[in-house]
Design a protein around this ligand. Structure first.
Ligand SMILES: NC(=O)c1ccc[n+]([C@@H]2O[C@H](COP(=O)([O-])OP(=O)(O)OC[C@H]3O[C@@H](n4cnc5c(N)ncnc54)[C@H](O)[C@@H]3O)[C@@H](O)[C@H]2O)c1
Length: 316
């Protein structure tokens, strides 16, 4: 049972993603206090009461309540999930016009409270929005990050688990770049049971002859769209991802997670937020792990960087 004295998280946006992330934080007992904010105040209040009503059956009581931006002043983490359910057959980048005004307003309100913690951006397009929140907030780069390709990397591992019948947690490696269509699986980093994935397949042809890396990569890229087509949005996968990132930061776990963080010379890129393996500490995004990508992977990362930068242009 969790007994550590952890403190305060605020979630702004209590729609499908925000409310489910709140549930993940509560069921894992990650903090002492969880405050929910939504411009539809009744929704935040309803979600807060509903979440708190399970207190009797939770391992640790997280006090959940609806609040306002003054609550951000002493918060350790503010998670931003404002936006709308993704339209079918659209791209995350296409959400920019809808999301940017909401995120700008939210960041201004959060900063006006005197907030000096870590912003975890979830709203899409998440890499563009994390960059925008960093610029607009004036916070150090460590204190603003996006969920990046953390969800896509988890999806990759899940799909490799489905294809091989093995536990996804046996898989190492990363999906990198944009959380969007230009993302790529950095296959040179992917391993199973500690063995390079390509070698693992080659050595086990009798069992895995039908497993195709190209198909796995495409399924990973399309998984979000498929879920949106099937149920109108995604919430559980991203909620687990948010809860994992919140835990890593609040508990100073120093896990390396492919969050969206500022590249300032790493991988030869500047002034862009992309999903790259990053050491998370209590103060947020620290050291970026610079992997030895092959030339094709490096070119794909550069393509993502150019694309995301082009969407950032003119936002300020
Ligand atoms: N990063 C990821 O991997 C990932 C995964 C899934 C969804 N998302 C994104 O998360 C966002 C939310 O998706 P959803 O399905 O929860 O949508 P939703 O429509 O269910 O919820 C959005 C919520 O934001 C609130 N809101 C809107 N503007 C606000 C403002 N200015 N201030 C306060 N609250 C405001 C709305 O009232 C609503 O409750 C979208 O941008 C979506 O694309 C990101």
């Amino acid at each position: 049972m969790v007994t550590m004295n952890r403190n305060k998280v605020v979630i702004v946006g209590t729609g499908q993603v925000g409310a489910t992330a709140a549930f993940g934080i509560v069921t894992h007992g990650l903090c002492n206090e969880l405050v929910l904010i939504d411009h539809f105040a009744a929704k935040a209040l309803g979600e807060a009461h509903d979440l708190d009503d399970g207190s009797e059956f939770q391992d640790r009581h997280v006090k959940v309540r609806a609040g306002d931006y003054a609550d951000c002043k002493d918060a350790d983490i503010v998670v931003i999930t404002v936006g709308r359910k993704p339209p079918a057959n659209s791209t995350r980048l296409a959400e920019l016009g809808f999301t940017v005004g909401l995120v700008g307003e939210v960041v201004d309100n959060v900063m006006a409270s005197g907030f000096d913690g870590v912003i975890v951006m979830v709203s899409n397009p998440v890499d563009v929005m994390a960059w925008y929140a960093w610029k607009r907030s004036g916070l150090p780069r460590t204190q603003v990050l996006g969920t990046g390709t953390a969800l896509d990397t988890s999806r990759l591992k899940t799909i490799i688990g489905e294809e091989t019948g093995l536990d996804p947690r046996n898989v190492g490696g990363f999906v990198m770049g944009e959380h969007g269509d230009s993302q790529f699986t950095a296959w040179s980093t992917v391993s199973l049971g500690g063995k390079p994935f390509a070698r693992f397949l080659a050595d086990n042809q009798d069992r895995f002859a039908s497993v195709s890396t190209a198909e796995i990569e495409e399924k990973t890229r399309m998984r979000g769209n498929e879920i949106v087509a099937a149920k109108g949005g995604t919430n559980f996968g991203i909620a687990s991802t948010v809860a994992g990132i919140v835990q890593t930061i609040l508990w100073d776990e120093r896990r390396i997670v492919p969050v969206s963080t500022l590249l300032d010379g790493e991988y030869g890129e500047h002034d862009v937020f992309l999903g790259v393996p990053t050491e998370l500490r209590a103060n947020g995004a620290n050291e970026i792990v610079e992997l030895e990508l092959n030339a094709e992977e490096q070119a794909k990362l550069h393509h993502s960087a150019e694309l995301v930068r082009s969407y950032c242009e003119g936002l300020l």
